[in-house]
Write a protein that binds this ligand. Structure first.
Ligand SMILES: C[S@@+](CC[C@H](N)C(=O)[O-])C[C@H]1O[C@@H](n2cnc3c(N)ncnc32)[C@H](O)[C@@H]1O
Length: 227
């Protein structure tokens, strides 16, 4: 998005004023280390067309390139991991679509520059799919999607080699009781004040809400088969 405002009506009705790159970068620099960790998850609850998310993916993709440019399969695997770590909620459908498109085109452009003719179509399809699942149209205050149902996010985690695990969680349950002493929350992670339905997670040594659905492992290039 070039300017910070699309129309006066949208500013009045939805508070839609986009953040400029200088401010985005200054804010992200406050958590610089996390923005450069490929798997570190970010959720932006009123993401607009993605000014924060695009900068986060830019930083992560720079790390992917620095580490894996020489191995196309590793590069694609880690670029998928970076894409799958980015989450957004946005009220307006046109912004949701622009946000997904911007993220997709950026990742595609970077991968094309780095891998040239070695780029696999299955990689782009997997990236497009996780962006469809992770950038959702909904209300970040009521935590409902635009169909009135609770917002559901998928957690993507690599289990064995190229196998990925998808688990779906309700956003309202993820936000219950979360947050550390600095007010930082861990998406899909960790509260020491669980409700009765929360379960102990061996990997992160903390309680997390139970997923509402778990899926069988699948090759990351075939995640669209999850439906
Ligand atoms: C001030 S803009 C910021 C956009 C983006 N975060 C940025 O910094 O460029 C606020 C955005 O929140 C969206 N929005 C307003 N109310 C919302 C709500 N209840 N839930 C989700 N998004 C909302 C607007 O449509 C708009 O795109």
């Amino acid at each position: 998005m070039e300017g910070q405002v699309k129309s006066r009506d949208r500013v009045r009705e939805h508070g839609e004023v986009f953040t400029n790159p200088r401010e985005v970068n200054a804010m992200l620099d406050m958590v610089k280390q996390e923005t450069e960790r490929i798997e570190s998850r970010f959720l932006e609850p009123a993401c607009g067309d993605g000014n924060f998310l695009i900068e986060i993916i830019r930083r992560k993709m720079a790390v992917v390139k620095a580490r894996y440019a020489k191995s196309p399969s590793e590069y694609e695997r880690y670029a998928f991991l970076a894409a799958s770590s980015i989450y957004g909620v946005e009220l307006l459908q046109d912004n949701v679509e622009e946000c997904r498109k911007r993220l997709f085109e950026f990742i595609k452009g970077e991968a094309e520059k780095t891998l040239k003719s070695n780029l696999e179509p299955a990689f782009l399809d997997a990236v497009a799919y996780v962006l469809e699942r992770n950038i959702l149209c909904g209300d970040a205050l009521t935590l409902k999607a635009n169909d009135g149902e609770p917002i559901i996010f998928s957690e993507w985690s690599f289990a064995m080699g190229d196998k990925v695990k998808r688990r779906d969680f309700r956003l309202d349950e993820l936000l219950e009781g979360g947050g550390d002493k600095n007010g930082q929350m861990s998406l899909f992670g960790a509260s020491m004040t669980p409700t009765s339905s929360w379960e102990w997670d061996e990997e992160i040594n903390a309680y997390i809400p139970a997923p509402i659905r778990e899926y069988p492992l699948c090759d990351w290039r075939e995640v669209r088969a999850y439906g």
